[in-house]
Design a protein around this ligand. Structure first.
Ligand SMILES: Cc1cc2nc3c(=O)[nH]c(=O)nc-3n(C[C@H](O)[C@H](O)[C@H](O)COP(=O)(O)OP(=O)(O)OC[C@H]3O[C@@H](n4cnc5c(N)ncnc54)[C@H](O)[C@@H]3O)c2cc1C
Length: 454
């Protein structure tokens, strides 16, 4: 049996307690502390889905090592754009640390590397390096085919390797590893209103007087919340909620669920020998999230090694979602786009089936490609979260994020994933500009926002 609870009025409701809502909420708290801003989160804690430290790779995406941003090694535009966006995020986080608003410790300098094998990929990497080195953000990048130099950068990658194998690597000293869960917590602390945990939003209805009535459940209790504006940062459930709100802007969009898993080693005697994030070339057909990488990760102050991600298959759109999640997003207006995305990406489907059928031994062989002496006894298999890969109305499988803003500016949501958390600051600045064009004129020089343009 459910019981009715009273209605609460707020200026801005943030649905979902991940890095995106936390960033927007913190920004609003700094420029408009008199507004009531609340987070509504279905789980019993914040940062339990994609922003949880083990549900993402913690890479500060800066274009140094992500080969999938540069399929054409002569075109560095995407890598440079991602580098600029991440630099903006860093400047704002540094401002918050410098002014004592958040505590440091969520970010660790960790060199970013690429390691590739064989003539074709070596030629590609060399060309990519030459392109990027000409751009200001990449001048510190190094390139080598010398096994001794690469051993100095990443000893575990070279130990036990066949000396006849041709290897090339790039190395950038200024890469970062980020505990996005810790950062989400720090930002959430700045928010002036409540964080309503265990509150699952079910419906959003436009009110005749303007704004939105949000309804849902907290345990067996029904709750209602009236908000002048709503941001849906519900990760894999964002599309579902935007569909329920009846936004015409969302017509035709779909999502495909792609799960992920990592191999993790928590032995400090091993992790102390690896101080880098080593990215490789993705296998044919692999989604961007499946570019293999061997990373040093610092989570809650402890060093670990992580390899993956491996793709897993589930119809859930959140790790704690329901198996009906994906089917609930299929509508007459997005069926064609979903079918087109599936038929145009047969190699992705083949890749996912291959991953699903892969034995434990075959999965471990993928790690040994980057760490030949790895011992299975040191590694555990962990879930790395669910991702809702965005399908555009034309059937294109999109890798980036997309901000959907209603024509009347009262509701917005964020779809997609990568480069995700790293670019949360410029994404939310973009939303503030579009949502509050009048207020933005006075906000733009406050709260450290002035630093973001440089
Ligand atoms: C395998 C993998 C690796 C990744 N690696 C990186 C990386 O290295 N670097 C990087 O920058 N990004 C990475 N990302 C992307 C990054 O994790 C995401 O972009 C980011 O965490 C998304 O944050 P969010 O706030 O939008 O969503 P989330 O953190 O998923 O938060 C959404 C929240 O909404 C809540 N919610 C859902 N439905 C409801 C509802 N109905 N009512 C109330 N609450 C609800 C959920 O419980 C959840 O807490 C990776 C993602 C994956 C899956």
């Amino acid at each position: 049996m459910t019981t009715e609870s009273h209605t609460v009025d707020v200026d801005v409701a943030l649905i979902g307690g991940g890095i995106m809502s936390a960033t927007l909420g913190a920004m609003l708290a700094l420029v408009q502390p008199d507004w009531r801003v609340v987070i509504v989160e279905r789980a019993d804690d914040i940062a339990t889905e994609s922003s949880h430290p083990w549900n993402n790779a913690g890479t500060g995406h800066s274009g140094y090592c992500e080969l999938n941003y540069m399929p054409d090694p002569a075109d560095g535009d995407t890598a440079a754009a991602v580098a600029a966006q991440f630099a903006a995020s860093r400047r704002w986080w540094a401002h918050l640390v410098d002014t004592g608003l958040i505590t440091p410790g969520f970010m660790t300098t960790t060199p970013h590397m690429d390691v590739v094998f064989g003539d074709r990929d070596i030629a590609y990497l060399r060309r990519r390096f030459d392109t990027l080195r000409a751009l200001p953000a990449f001048t510190d990048m190094r390139y080598s085919q010398d096994p001794a130099v690469i051993t100095g950068w990443a000893p575990l990658v070279m130990a036990g390797r066949d000396p006849a194998q041709r290897v090339a690597a790039t190395w950038h000293p200024s890469g970062t590893d980020i505990d996005f869960g810790a950062l989400t917590r720090e930002l959430t602390r700045l928010i002036t209103g409540d964080t309503l945990l265990g509150h699952e939003v079910h419906t959003l209805n436009r009110m005749p007087t303007g704004g939105w009535r949000i309804t849902g459940r907290c345990g067996r209790q029904r709750f209602e919340l009236d908000a002048a504006r709503v941001f849906i940062g519900a990760g894999g459930h964002t599309l579902t909620l935007l569909q329920r709100a009846g936004l015409p802007e969302i017509r035709g969009y779909g999502v495909l669920p792609v799960g992920a898993a990592f191999l993790r080693c928590s032995d400090p005697e091993i992790s102390k020998h690896h101080n880098a994030k080593v990215y490789g070339q993705a296998p044919t057909g692999a989604p961007p999230m499946s570019v293999p990488h061997l990373d040093r990760r610092i989570v809650a102050g402890h060093a670990h090694l992580m390899f993956g991600p491996y793709a897993t298959v589930s119809s859930r759109l959140l790790t704690r979602g329901r198996i009906t999640d994906f089917f609930g997003t299929v509508r007459p207006h997005n069926v064609r786009a979903l079918i087109r995305a599936a038929t145009d990406n047969r190699s992705l489907i083949r890749y996912l089936i291959g991953q699903l059928l892969a034995s434990r031994g075959r999965r471990f062989d993928q790690l040994r490609r980057y760490y030949p002496d790895a011992d299975p006894r040191d590694w555990e298999w962990i879930s790395a979260g669910q991702r809702a890969q965005l399908v555009a109305p034309d059937g294109e499988l999109r890798t980036g994020t997309e901000l959907i803003v209603a024509a009347d500016d009262t509701i917005a949501g964020l779809l997609g994933a990568s480069p995700g958390a790293s670019t949360s600051v410029p994404i939310m600045i973009d939303l503030l500009r579009r949502w509050f064009p009048r207020e933005w004129q006075s906000w733009r020089h406050r709260a450290g926002f002035g630093l973001l343009a440089s």
